[in-house]
Ligand binder design. Sequence first.
Ligand code: URA
Length: 223
Amino acid sequence: MASRRGCDKLIEEGKVEVNGKPAALGAEINEKKDKVTVEGVAVALPAEHEYFIMNKPKGCVCTVKDDKGRKTVMEFLPEHAGRVYPVGRLDYDTEGLLIFTDDGDLAFRLTHPKNEITKTYLVRIEGSIGDAELNKLRGGLELDGKRTNKCTVKVTETDKGATKLHVTVSEGRYHLVRRMFEAVGKEVVFLKRIKVGELSLGSLERGKVRRLRADEIFYLKKL
Ligand code: URA
């Protein structure tokens, strides 16, 4: 309505009422329950932000509109989702955890390179991978003339000629995980993001969306 001092003035002038009674300077209100009016007009809080988590399927792009007419992640959002947009990107062929919000501050902080927010991926490659390659991935390797950050790489399963790994990176470079593996001679045949920081995709089904819980939003805001 006004600056802090301007609001004090409105209160002193008796223009502000809380639940139909003149407001007192310094009195506390419950902004969810109490009705505040200024000169008889109800004061509304700015709308709260929206936060969703999606299990993105492969075969869609992380843009609001695609100029090549491909399916976009927006098509999986419920109608009531509001004006949210995806935070960061996953490739067309990558699936997994994608956050949507209209909270620009949070989106900025989650994607800013300086903040090095970790992202964990489930990676499948054909065949096996040796210690030399694993250590190259972990220690950082050169991509486009710039070394990748150190990262965590754990082999979680080896069977039927394939290897599954969990890889935690702290950068958001284009096709980062696929290109890291390519640099050690391995092709990624399946890629899924399972965590952003400690926020986990959990059992959310492919193509499904849900609202983030308050504790999850609180966690992301503290990252
Ligand atoms: N790394 C990739 O190669 N692709 C993604 O979508 C995310 C990380």
